[in-house]
Design a protein around this ligand. Structure first.
Ligand code: 23J
Ligand code: MN
Length: 259
């Protein structure tokens, strides 16, 4: 049997499970809210064209209105000034969109401290226990933040000092971008950077370093708690928006279950 025939059989039998890591897309899907003077994205919206009515008697369809960076989405290198000469989302090679993924779980610490920042030593410790970061693969950073994704206020967790959500330190973002073989970083939060990252030096270090290194971001993932620490295969499917800086994406994970 070929490898792909085996895979198809395993999916049918459930020994390879297909997990959906994507948040549902609706006008309720939380979106980023940058402070003045910066411009913001629009939320997702459906605009009905017809629904079995005089506008179209036998068909239902909608136009969609969305930002590129709404809901579970893919950040392409050109999203950031450091990656301005890099790939737009339509140019990301399909083989890059199927890749191994590992999970680093910091949900205990993020529950204690909503501003929790992942450090290089945390990743080194993880590697000592679980092996090296995958070459050409994703680091999925579990923080438990997906539990808040049904509620924009809880998800952004903003007070008078700005948003508070977990992320990655400046040093760690630079190290992940420049010293590891990762293809990118996936998170449960509204963006790959911490809520407070507008005040870091450089601001938004995940965006700055990872996209500057030609790497990618994935956001608003869910179901990371259902993934093994290593061994999952991620399928990230952003739309090939020509010239686009990113795109809402369907993100699936293939996971082996005990027969
Ligand atoms: C633009 C500016 C800052 C940030 C973002 C976008 C995102 O999080 C994003 O979705 O790429 S932090
Ligand atoms: Mn984005």
């Amino acid at each position: 049997m070929t490898l792909l025939a085996q895979l198809a059989e395993a999916v049918a039998a459930g020994t390879v499970e297909v997990l959906d890591l994507t948040a549902p897309l609706s006008s309720e899907t939380p979106i980023l809210n940058l402070p003045a003077p910066f411009s913001n994205t629009v939320p997702f919206e459906l605009r009905e064209i017809s629904r079995y009515d005089e506008r179209g008697p036998a068909w239902y369809w909608n136009d969609i209105v969305t930002g590129e960076h709404v809901g579970t989405h893919f950040d392409a290198p050109v999203h950031w000034i450091t990656g301005r000469d890099g790939e737009d989302v339509s140019r990301v090679a399909p083989r890059r969109l199927v890749a191994p993924a590992v999970v680093l779980d910091a949900s205990d610490r993020a529950a204690q401290d909503p501003d929790h920042l992942l450090q290089i030593d945390d990743v080194r410790e993880w590697e000592a226990e679980h092996g090296p970061l995958p070459d050409g693969g994703w680091l999925l950073y579990r923080t438990g933040w997906d539990a808040r994704s049904g509620d924009q206020a809880a998800f952004l967790n903003a007070d008078e000092t700005g948003p508070h959500s977990p992320g990655i330190s400046v040093d760690c973002a630079k190290w992940l971008a420049e010293q590891t073989p990762l293809i990118g970083v996936g998170v449960e939060t509204v963006g790959t950077d911490a809520g407070a990252a507008h005040g870091f030096d450089p601001p938004f270090p995940c965006h700055s370093f990872l996209l500057g290194a030609g790497k990618y971001g994935l956001t608003q993932l869910r179901n990371l708690d259902r993934l093994p620490t290593r061994g999952a295969v991620l399928i990230a499917a952003p739309l090939p928006i020509v010239g686009g800086s990113g795109s809402p994406a369907r993100v699936l994970a293939l996971v082996e279950r005990e027969g």
